[in-house]
Write a protein that binds this ligand. Structure first.
Ligand code: AMP
Ligand code: GLY
Length: 435
Protein backbone atom coordinates (compact mmCIF):
# COMPACT_ATOMS: atom_id res chain seq x y z
CA UNK A 1 0.00 0.00 0.00
CA UNK A 2 1.21 3.54 -0.76
CA UNK A 3 0.95 5.95 2.16
CA UNK A 4 1.13 9.74 2.44
CA UNK A 5 2.15 11.42 5.70
CA UNK A 6 1.35 15.12 6.09
CA UNK A 7 3.75 17.36 8.06
CA UNK A 8 7.40 18.32 8.40
CA UNK A 9 8.54 18.17 12.03
CA UNK A 10 10.34 15.77 14.32
CA UNK A 11 6.95 14.22 15.05
CA UNK A 12 6.51 13.38 11.38
CA UNK A 13 10.04 11.98 11.09
CA UNK A 14 9.31 9.66 14.02
CA UNK A 15 5.96 8.59 12.54
CA UNK A 16 7.57 8.14 9.11
CA UNK A 17 10.29 5.92 10.59
CA UNK A 18 7.62 3.64 12.12
CA UNK A 19 5.51 3.52 8.94
CA UNK A 20 8.57 2.77 6.78
CA UNK A 21 9.29 -0.30 8.93
CA UNK A 22 5.91 -1.84 8.07
CA UNK A 23 5.85 -4.61 5.49
CA UNK A 24 2.51 -3.25 4.38
CA UNK A 25 4.01 0.02 3.24
CA UNK A 26 5.16 -0.02 -0.39
CA UNK A 27 5.87 3.63 -1.03
CA UNK A 28 5.83 6.33 1.65
CA UNK A 29 5.50 9.99 0.69
CA UNK A 30 5.93 12.83 3.19
CA UNK A 31 4.52 16.28 2.43
CA UNK A 32 6.46 18.44 2.80
CA UNK A 33 8.85 16.47 5.07
CA UNK A 34 12.39 17.49 6.02
CA UNK A 35 15.94 16.31 5.34
CA UNK A 36 15.48 13.39 7.76
CA UNK A 37 12.27 12.02 6.29
CA UNK A 38 14.05 11.36 2.96
CA UNK A 39 15.56 8.31 4.68
CA UNK A 40 12.02 6.92 5.16
CA UNK A 41 10.38 7.84 1.85
CA UNK A 42 9.97 10.56 -0.76
CA UNK A 43 9.38 14.17 0.20
CA UNK A 44 6.72 15.97 -1.80
CA UNK A 45 6.55 19.73 -1.84
CA UNK A 46 2.87 20.33 -1.00
CA UNK A 47 1.33 22.72 1.50
CA UNK A 48 -0.47 20.93 4.35
CA UNK A 49 -3.62 23.01 3.80
CA UNK A 50 -3.75 22.69 0.00
CA UNK A 51 -6.35 19.92 -0.06
CA UNK A 52 -6.92 20.06 -3.84
CA UNK A 53 -3.24 19.41 -4.58
CA UNK A 54 -3.05 16.73 -1.88
CA UNK A 55 -6.19 15.00 -3.25
CA UNK A 56 -4.81 15.00 -6.79
CA UNK A 57 -1.46 13.63 -5.59
CA UNK A 58 -3.26 10.84 -3.73
CA UNK A 59 -5.10 9.75 -6.88
CA UNK A 60 -2.08 10.10 -9.17
CA UNK A 61 0.08 7.99 -6.87
CA UNK A 62 -2.44 5.33 -5.91
CA UNK A 63 -2.26 6.25 -2.22
CA UNK A 64 -4.56 4.26 0.05
CA UNK A 65 -3.78 5.89 3.41
CA UNK A 66 -3.13 9.48 4.50
CA UNK A 67 -1.77 10.10 8.00
CA UNK A 68 -2.11 13.65 9.27
CA UNK A 69 0.64 14.94 11.59
CA UNK A 70 -0.27 18.55 12.53
CA UNK A 71 -3.56 20.03 13.75
CA UNK A 72 -4.09 22.81 11.17
CA UNK A 73 -5.25 20.60 8.26
CA UNK A 74 -7.50 18.65 10.65
CA UNK A 75 -9.14 21.78 12.02
CA UNK A 76 -9.32 22.96 8.40
CA UNK A 77 -11.34 19.85 7.47
CA UNK A 78 -9.00 17.57 5.50
CA UNK A 79 -10.83 14.43 6.68
CA UNK A 80 -14.16 15.94 5.61
CA UNK A 81 -12.66 16.96 2.24
CA UNK A 82 -11.71 13.33 1.54
CA UNK A 83 -15.03 11.96 2.84
CA UNK A 84 -17.05 14.27 0.60
CA UNK A 85 -15.25 13.44 -2.66
CA UNK A 86 -16.48 10.31 -4.43
CA UNK A 87 -12.97 9.53 -5.73
CA UNK A 88 -11.27 10.04 -2.32
CA UNK A 89 -13.80 8.69 0.14
CA UNK A 90 -12.26 5.22 0.31
CA UNK A 91 -8.80 6.53 1.15
CA UNK A 92 -8.07 5.89 4.83
CA UNK A 93 -7.54 9.24 6.54
CA UNK A 94 -5.95 8.97 9.97
CA UNK A 95 -7.20 12.08 11.75
CA UNK A 96 -10.61 13.35 12.89
CA UNK A 97 -13.18 15.37 10.96
CA UNK A 98 -13.30 19.15 11.48
CA UNK A 99 -16.04 18.73 14.08
CA UNK A 100 -13.87 16.32 16.10
CA UNK A 101 -10.85 18.58 15.62
CA UNK A 102 -12.77 21.28 17.49
CA UNK A 103 -11.57 19.52 20.63
CA UNK A 104 -8.28 21.30 19.85
CA UNK A 105 -9.53 24.09 17.58
CA UNK A 106 -11.81 25.63 20.19
CA UNK A 107 -11.05 25.66 23.91
CA UNK A 108 -14.67 26.64 24.56
CA UNK A 109 -15.95 23.64 22.57
CA UNK A 110 -13.55 21.37 24.48
CA UNK A 111 -14.65 22.72 27.86
CA UNK A 112 -18.34 22.37 27.01
CA UNK A 113 -17.73 18.84 25.74
CA UNK A 114 -16.01 17.91 29.00
CA UNK A 115 -18.81 19.44 31.02
CA UNK A 116 -21.46 17.53 29.03
CA UNK A 117 -19.64 14.25 29.60
CA UNK A 118 -18.48 14.74 33.17
CA UNK A 119 -14.80 14.68 32.32
CA UNK A 120 -12.62 16.13 35.10
CA UNK A 121 -11.24 19.55 34.16
CA UNK A 122 -10.77 22.97 35.77
CA UNK A 123 -13.91 25.06 36.43
CA UNK A 124 -14.30 27.77 33.78
CA UNK A 125 -16.37 30.44 32.07
CA UNK A 126 -16.14 31.80 28.53
CA UNK A 127 -16.35 35.50 27.65
CA UNK A 128 -16.56 37.65 24.50
CA UNK A 129 -16.00 41.34 23.76
CA UNK A 130 -19.63 41.97 24.74
CA UNK A 131 -19.16 40.32 28.13
CA UNK A 132 -15.71 41.78 28.94
CA UNK A 133 -16.98 43.51 32.11
CA UNK A 134 -18.51 40.25 33.39
CA UNK A 135 -15.22 38.51 32.60
CA UNK A 136 -13.29 41.02 34.67
CA UNK A 137 -15.77 40.57 37.52
CA UNK A 138 -15.41 36.78 37.25
CA UNK A 139 -11.63 37.16 37.58
CA UNK A 140 -12.18 39.01 40.89
CA UNK A 141 -13.99 35.96 42.26
CA UNK A 142 -11.01 33.66 41.53
CA UNK A 143 -7.76 33.15 43.37
CA UNK A 144 -4.41 33.89 41.71
CA UNK A 145 -2.84 32.74 39.47
CA UNK A 146 -5.35 33.52 36.71
CA UNK A 147 -5.55 31.32 33.61
CA UNK A 148 -6.72 33.02 30.40
CA UNK A 149 -7.02 31.00 27.20
CA UNK A 150 -7.69 32.26 23.69
CA UNK A 151 -10.45 30.06 22.30
CA UNK A 152 -8.89 29.34 18.90
CA UNK A 153 -5.57 28.06 17.57
CA UNK A 154 -2.83 30.54 18.51
CA UNK A 155 0.35 28.64 17.65
CA UNK A 156 0.75 27.48 21.26
CA UNK A 157 0.89 31.05 22.56
CA UNK A 158 -2.77 31.61 23.45
CA UNK A 159 -2.60 30.66 27.14
CA UNK A 160 -1.66 33.31 29.70
CA UNK A 161 -1.03 32.55 33.37
CA UNK A 162 -0.94 35.77 35.37
CA UNK A 163 -0.28 36.28 39.10
CA UNK A 164 -1.74 39.73 39.50
CA UNK A 165 -5.49 40.51 39.28
CA UNK A 166 -5.06 43.95 37.72
CA UNK A 167 -2.78 42.56 35.01
CA UNK A 168 -5.17 39.67 34.39
CA UNK A 169 -8.06 42.11 33.85
CA UNK A 170 -5.89 44.15 31.48
CA UNK A 171 -4.84 41.00 29.57
CA UNK A 172 -8.49 39.96 29.22
CA UNK A 173 -9.26 43.36 27.71
CA UNK A 174 -6.31 43.05 25.29
CA UNK A 175 -7.45 39.60 24.19
CA UNK A 176 -11.13 40.43 23.74
CA UNK A 177 -11.26 44.11 22.82
CA UNK A 178 -7.84 44.58 21.18
CA UNK A 179 -7.69 41.14 19.45
CA UNK A 180 -4.28 40.30 20.95
CA UNK A 181 -4.38 36.88 19.27
CA UNK A 182 -6.50 37.99 16.33
CA UNK A 183 -9.66 35.98 15.77
CA UNK A 184 -8.41 33.25 18.10
CA UNK A 185 -9.07 35.51 21.11
CA UNK A 186 -12.53 36.72 20.10
CA UNK A 187 -13.63 34.31 22.83
CA UNK A 188 -11.59 33.73 25.97
CA UNK A 189 -11.87 30.88 28.45
CA UNK A 190 -11.02 31.84 32.02
CA UNK A 191 -10.37 28.84 34.21
CA UNK A 192 -9.39 27.78 37.67
CA UNK A 193 -5.66 27.22 38.16
CA UNK A 194 -4.77 23.60 38.76
CA UNK A 195 -1.67 22.83 40.76
CA UNK A 196 0.11 19.56 40.01
CA UNK A 197 2.44 17.82 37.56
CA UNK A 198 1.69 17.76 33.85
CA UNK A 199 1.89 14.78 31.56
CA UNK A 200 0.60 13.72 28.17
CA UNK A 201 -1.39 10.59 27.40
CA UNK A 202 -2.05 9.53 23.81
CA UNK A 203 -4.99 7.54 22.56
CA UNK A 204 -5.55 6.02 19.16
CA UNK A 205 -9.23 5.45 18.32
CA UNK A 206 -11.42 4.20 15.49
CA UNK A 207 -14.31 6.14 17.05
CA UNK A 208 -15.50 3.19 19.11
CA UNK A 209 -12.52 1.17 20.26
CA UNK A 210 -9.28 2.65 21.54
CA UNK A 211 -5.69 1.85 22.42
CA UNK A 212 -3.88 3.86 25.05
CA UNK A 213 -0.35 4.59 23.86
CA UNK A 214 2.55 5.17 26.28
CA UNK A 215 2.45 8.27 28.47
CA UNK A 216 5.07 10.99 28.02
CA UNK A 217 6.19 14.24 29.55
CA UNK A 218 7.47 17.18 27.59
CA UNK A 219 9.59 20.14 28.67
CA UNK A 220 8.19 23.33 27.25
CA UNK A 221 10.42 26.17 28.42
CA UNK A 222 13.68 27.14 26.75
CA UNK A 223 15.76 27.33 29.95
CA UNK A 224 17.03 24.72 32.39
CA UNK A 225 14.75 24.18 35.40
CA UNK A 226 11.82 24.94 33.06
CA UNK A 227 12.44 28.69 32.98
CA UNK A 228 12.24 31.34 30.27
CA UNK A 229 10.10 31.52 27.16
CA UNK A 230 7.73 28.81 26.01
CA UNK A 231 8.87 26.69 23.07
CA UNK A 232 7.35 23.94 20.98
CA UNK A 233 9.04 21.51 23.40
CA UNK A 234 12.69 20.96 24.33
CA UNK A 235 12.61 17.25 25.07
CA UNK A 236 10.43 14.41 26.29
CA UNK A 237 10.53 11.18 28.20
CA UNK A 238 8.30 8.11 28.07
CA UNK A 239 6.88 6.56 30.19
CA UNK A 240 6.16 8.97 33.04
CA UNK A 241 7.15 7.38 36.34
CA UNK A 242 4.20 8.58 38.43
CA UNK A 243 1.64 7.49 35.81
CA UNK A 244 1.41 4.06 37.39
CA UNK A 245 -1.31 1.45 36.90
CA UNK A 246 -3.70 3.03 39.42
CA UNK A 247 -3.31 6.48 37.86
CA UNK A 248 -3.68 5.16 34.30
CA UNK A 249 -6.85 3.32 35.33
CA UNK A 250 -8.30 6.67 36.44
CA UNK A 251 -7.23 8.19 33.12
CA UNK A 252 -8.96 5.38 31.23
CA UNK A 253 -12.18 5.35 33.26
CA UNK A 254 -12.61 9.04 34.02
CA UNK A 255 -11.26 10.51 30.78
CA UNK A 256 -10.65 8.15 27.85
CA UNK A 257 -13.91 6.18 28.05
CA UNK A 258 -16.22 9.19 28.50
CA UNK A 259 -14.37 11.04 25.73
CA UNK A 260 -14.87 8.25 23.18
CA UNK A 261 -18.46 7.66 24.32
CA UNK A 262 -19.12 11.40 24.19
CA UNK A 263 -17.85 11.66 20.62
CA UNK A 264 -20.04 8.70 19.62
CA UNK A 265 -23.09 10.10 21.38
CA UNK A 266 -22.67 13.43 19.62
CA UNK A 267 -22.32 11.73 16.23
CA UNK A 268 -18.75 12.97 15.73
CA UNK A 269 -16.64 10.81 13.40
CA UNK A 270 -13.26 10.46 15.04
CA UNK A 271 -10.60 8.19 13.57
CA UNK A 272 -7.20 9.23 14.79
CA UNK A 273 -5.16 10.33 17.76
CA UNK A 274 -6.41 12.05 20.89
CA UNK A 275 -3.69 13.77 22.89
CA UNK A 276 -4.72 14.35 26.49
CA UNK A 277 -2.78 17.14 28.14
CA UNK A 278 -3.27 16.22 31.80
CA UNK A 279 -2.55 17.70 35.19
CA UNK A 280 -2.00 15.12 37.94
CA UNK A 281 -3.45 16.77 41.02
CA UNK A 282 -3.04 15.48 44.59
CA UNK A 283 -6.40 14.28 45.93
CA UNK A 284 -7.59 14.41 49.54
CA UNK A 285 -6.81 10.69 49.87
CA UNK A 286 -3.17 11.30 48.93
CA UNK A 287 -3.48 9.73 45.47
CA UNK A 288 -3.04 11.54 42.17
CA UNK A 289 -6.10 12.41 40.10
CA UNK A 290 -5.97 13.30 36.39
CA UNK A 291 -7.62 16.50 35.08
CA UNK A 292 -7.74 17.49 31.42
CA UNK A 293 -5.83 20.71 30.73
CA UNK A 294 -6.32 20.42 26.99
CA UNK A 295 -7.22 18.07 24.18
CA UNK A 296 -5.16 17.95 21.02
CA UNK A 297 -6.28 15.97 18.00
CA UNK A 298 -2.83 14.79 16.92
CA UNK A 299 0.33 13.41 18.45
CA UNK A 300 2.58 15.75 20.45
CA UNK A 301 5.93 17.04 19.33
CA UNK A 302 8.44 16.12 20.88
CA UNK A 303 6.40 13.47 22.72
CA UNK A 304 6.05 11.40 19.53
CA UNK A 305 9.82 11.15 19.34
CA UNK A 306 9.86 9.21 22.61
CA UNK A 307 6.47 7.45 22.27
CA UNK A 308 6.68 6.08 18.71
CA UNK A 309 10.07 4.36 19.06
CA UNK A 310 8.48 2.37 21.93
CA UNK A 311 5.66 1.01 19.74
CA UNK A 312 6.75 -2.47 18.65
CA UNK A 313 3.55 -3.32 16.76
CA UNK A 314 3.16 -2.53 13.07
CA UNK A 315 1.69 0.99 13.10
CA UNK A 316 0.16 0.54 9.63
CA UNK A 317 -1.82 -2.40 11.06
CA UNK A 318 -3.04 -0.13 13.84
CA UNK A 319 -3.95 2.63 11.34
CA UNK A 320 -5.86 0.08 9.22
CA UNK A 321 -7.76 -0.93 12.33
CA UNK A 322 -8.54 2.74 12.96
CA UNK A 323 -9.97 3.17 9.47
CA UNK A 324 -11.87 -0.16 9.39
CA UNK A 325 -13.31 0.21 12.89
CA UNK A 326 -11.50 -2.94 14.02
CA UNK A 327 -8.90 -1.45 16.32
CA UNK A 328 -10.09 -3.90 19.00
CA UNK A 329 -8.65 -6.74 16.92
CA UNK A 330 -5.17 -5.17 16.75
CA UNK A 331 -2.43 -5.78 19.26
CA UNK A 332 -0.38 -2.98 20.74
CA UNK A 333 3.05 -4.13 21.89
CA UNK A 334 5.12 -1.61 23.77
CA UNK A 335 8.84 -1.73 24.41
CA UNK A 336 9.37 -1.78 28.19
CA UNK A 337 12.45 0.37 27.91
CA UNK A 338 12.46 4.08 28.75
CA UNK A 339 12.83 6.63 25.96
CA UNK A 340 14.44 10.04 26.46
CA UNK A 341 14.44 12.67 23.75
CA UNK A 342 16.58 15.82 23.80
CA UNK A 343 15.80 18.60 21.31
CA UNK A 344 18.61 20.61 19.73
CA UNK A 345 17.66 24.16 18.80
CA UNK A 346 19.11 27.11 16.91
CA UNK A 347 20.69 29.97 18.86
CA UNK A 348 18.05 32.57 19.73
CA UNK A 349 15.06 30.20 19.48
CA UNK A 350 12.16 30.69 20.34
CA UNK A 351 12.86 34.27 19.30
CA UNK A 352 14.60 35.09 16.01
CA UNK A 353 17.29 32.65 14.93
CA UNK A 354 19.59 31.92 12.06
CA UNK A 355 18.95 29.38 9.29
CA UNK A 356 21.40 27.68 6.94
CA UNK A 357 24.12 26.75 9.47
CA UNK A 358 25.96 23.55 8.53
CA UNK A 359 25.28 20.64 10.92
CA UNK A 360 27.97 18.04 11.67
CA UNK A 361 28.09 14.80 13.61
CA UNK A 362 24.69 13.32 12.73
CA UNK A 363 26.08 10.39 10.72
CA UNK A 364 28.36 9.37 13.58
CA UNK A 365 25.54 8.95 16.14
CA UNK A 366 25.33 5.40 17.43
CA UNK A 367 22.85 3.92 19.92
CA UNK A 368 20.51 6.95 19.69
CA UNK A 369 17.90 7.74 17.07
CA UNK A 370 18.11 11.11 15.35
CA UNK A 371 14.84 12.72 14.28
CA UNK A 372 15.02 15.82 12.13
CA UNK A 373 12.71 18.82 12.54
CA UNK A 374 14.00 22.06 10.99
CA UNK A 375 16.65 20.71 8.63
CA UNK A 376 17.25 20.69 4.89
CA UNK A 377 19.96 19.87 2.40
CA UNK A 378 21.47 23.00 0.88
CA UNK A 379 22.46 23.50 -2.76
CA UNK A 380 25.73 21.63 -2.17
CA UNK A 381 23.91 18.75 -0.47
CA UNK A 382 25.08 19.68 3.03
CA UNK A 383 22.74 19.24 6.00
CA UNK A 384 21.84 22.69 7.32
CA UNK A 385 19.53 24.20 9.93
CA UNK A 386 16.15 25.32 8.62
CA UNK A 387 14.09 26.04 11.75
CA UNK A 388 14.20 26.83 15.46
CA UNK A 389 13.87 23.26 16.64
CA UNK A 390 16.46 21.61 14.41
CA UNK A 391 16.67 17.95 15.39
CA UNK A 392 16.40 15.68 18.38
CA UNK A 393 18.06 12.56 19.68
CA UNK A 394 16.14 9.74 21.35
CA UNK A 395 17.65 6.88 23.28
CA UNK A 396 15.91 3.74 24.51
CA UNK A 397 17.48 2.24 27.63
CA UNK A 398 16.66 0.09 30.64
CA UNK A 399 16.41 3.12 32.93
CA UNK A 400 15.69 6.84 32.63
CA UNK A 401 19.19 7.88 33.83
CA UNK A 402 20.78 5.61 31.22
CA UNK A 403 18.53 6.90 28.42
CA UNK A 404 19.17 10.51 29.43
CA UNK A 405 22.91 9.99 29.73
CA UNK A 406 23.18 8.56 26.22
CA UNK A 407 20.86 11.17 24.66
CA UNK A 408 22.90 13.99 26.21
CA UNK A 409 26.11 12.39 24.94
CA UNK A 410 24.62 12.16 21.44
CA UNK A 411 23.30 15.73 21.62
CA UNK A 412 26.77 16.97 22.56
CA UNK A 413 28.39 15.37 19.54
CA UNK A 414 26.02 17.01 17.02
CA UNK A 415 27.28 20.50 16.29
CA UNK A 416 26.57 23.72 14.46
CA UNK A 417 27.16 27.34 15.30
CA UNK A 418 25.09 28.28 18.36
CA UNK A 419 23.39 24.90 18.83
CA UNK A 420 21.60 24.69 22.16
CA UNK A 421 19.92 21.99 24.23
CA UNK A 422 18.68 21.55 27.77
CA UNK A 423 20.70 19.29 30.05
CA UNK A 424 17.93 18.78 32.61
CA UNK A 425 15.27 16.89 30.63
CA UNK A 426 13.70 14.23 32.91
CA UNK A 427 15.51 15.40 36.05
CA UNK A 428 12.24 16.36 37.77
CA UNK A 429 11.01 12.76 37.41
CA UNK A 430 14.26 11.40 38.85
CA UNK A 431 13.78 13.66 41.88
CA UNK A 432 10.31 12.29 42.63
CA UNK A 433 11.63 8.73 42.47
CA UNK A 434 10.94 5.52 40.49
CA UNK A 435 12.57 4.92 37.05
P1 AMP B 1 -2.76 24.59 27.02
O1 AMP B 1 -2.39 25.22 25.70
O2 AMP B 1 -4.21 24.63 27.33
O3 AMP B 1 -2.12 23.24 27.20
O4 AMP B 1 -2.02 25.47 28.12
C1 AMP B 1 -0.64 25.73 28.07
C2 AMP B 1 -0.01 25.47 29.40
O5 AMP B 1 -0.59 26.31 30.39
C3 AMP B 1 -0.25 24.06 29.92
O6 AMP B 1 0.67 23.18 29.39
C4 AMP B 1 -0.11 24.27 31.41
O7 AMP B 1 1.26 24.31 31.77
C5 AMP B 1 -0.69 25.62 31.63
N1 AMP B 1 -2.11 25.55 32.02
C6 AMP B 1 -3.17 25.54 31.20
N2 AMP B 1 -4.31 25.47 31.90
C7 AMP B 1 -3.97 25.44 33.20
C8 AMP B 1 -4.71 25.35 34.43
N3 AMP B 1 -6.03 25.34 34.44
N4 AMP B 1 -4.03 25.33 35.57
C9 AMP B 1 -2.68 25.37 35.57
N5 AMP B 1 -1.92 25.45 34.46
C10 AMP B 1 -2.56 25.48 33.28
N1 GLY C 1 4.47 19.10 22.97
C1 GLY C 1 3.22 19.72 23.00
C2 GLY C 1 2.48 19.71 21.75
O1 GLY C 1 2.80 19.02 20.80
O2 GLY C 1 1.45 20.40 21.69
Amino acid sequence: MNILLIGSGGREHAIAASIAKSEQCDKLFIAPGNAGTTACGTNVNMKVDDFDTIGKFVIDNDIKMVVIGPEAPLVGGIADYFAEKEYLKNVAVIGPTAKGAQLEGSKDFAKMFMQRHNIPTAAYKTFTKETLKEGQKYLSTLKAPYVLKADGLAAGKGVLIIDNLKEAKQALKEMLADAKFGDASSRVVIEEYLSGIELSVFVLTDGKHYKILPSAKDYKRIGEGDTGLNTGGMGSVSPVSFADKAFMQKVEHNIVMPTIKGLQKEGITYKGFIFLGLMAVNGDDGTLNPYVIEYNVRMGDPETESVFPRIKSDVVDLFKGVWDGTLNLCTLDIDDRVAACVMLTAEGYPESYNKGDVISGVDEIKDSLVFHAGTKLNSTNKLVTNGGRVLCVTTLAESLPAALHKSLQSAESIKWKGRYYRHDIGQDLLKIGIN
